[in-house]
Design a protein around this ligand. Sequence first.
Ligand code: PLP
Length: 349
Amino acid sequence: MSGDPFTDALHGDAGILDGVDVAPPIHVSSTYDRADQDDLVYRRNQHVTTQRLEAVLSALEGGSAVVYPSGMAAVSSLMRYLRPARVYLPADVYHGTRAFVTDQHQPWEVAASLDDLQAGDVAWLETPSNPKCLVTDIAAACAELGPKGVRVVVDSTFATPVLQQPLSLGADYVMHSSTKYIGGHSDAMGGVIVAADGNRASELEAARVIDGTIPGSLDVWLTLRGVRTLPLRILHQSETASAIAVHLEGKVPLVWYPGLASHPDFEVAGRQMRTGGAIVSFELDSHEAAAAAATRFKVFRRATSLGGVESLVEHRASVNPLAPPGLLRLSVGLEAVEDLIADVDQALA
Ligand code: PLP
């Protein structure tokens, strides 16, 4: 482990059954011959490509990673493992996380504010948040909540381990939808929980064996292939996103990008994040104006999800009724910045 994401993304899994292959093979066997070894028994218990991906993600976040078949599987597995009495959720949180946590059949209560939390409860922070890119001060939240025995989880999907490292700021767990930037190519689903305490990760892994929430071979292989270039992608995509956010300012009523001085969390984002990230949300005057503009993009594809190499645009209120009606979310990819800005301009003209 080097501590530098460029090296760790490539070598965090060194030594795990690598043999002479430079590129990891795809292991598909569901069971293993016991004749000469005892380490590998059955794929639901152990899988080499999964172990390699977990080693890379552990190195990148500075903790112990456990991977799941989707971001939501990671959310639900962690919540069932933590079994809190109360959970706090920020107002602007991924709508799937809200749907899971607030589901009437769940055993926990939803806390109205962080102040209502007590020992054993969970503060679920999502920073930057989806879709407004609101930034929570992780170090300040952990300094207040940690001594009370509140467990702090950070959904860091928008930031990736390259832009921020919540465990180093005091969080107990960091979560990602690896479907997004970590995989990076819109071709694999996955989720990850990285625990600060290795014993917690071992317990999560043991729970995963009996829950059966293991990811498929191809998805973990594609995610492992994708994560190799994560540092390069997210830094370049952030640079383009920042240029688009600057370009949009003054042209539309509201731009939500934490790298802009006009964003309410600009100062904390500057302290906590390496860049403002690669998501730019902005608001038009109405639901109708935003829904119509979304259909006019030519380079940005009109699709949900984010974090891939190709740029996407989404009218969020069409899928999440709690999103501001005029909000469009741009997931900025790797296309030339001039082409993306020209596309935004023609779509808004
Ligand atoms: N967390 C955030 C911030 C997300 O944006 C998403 C998906 O969009 C998820 C969690 C859920 O991840 P998945 O779609 O991989 O289940």
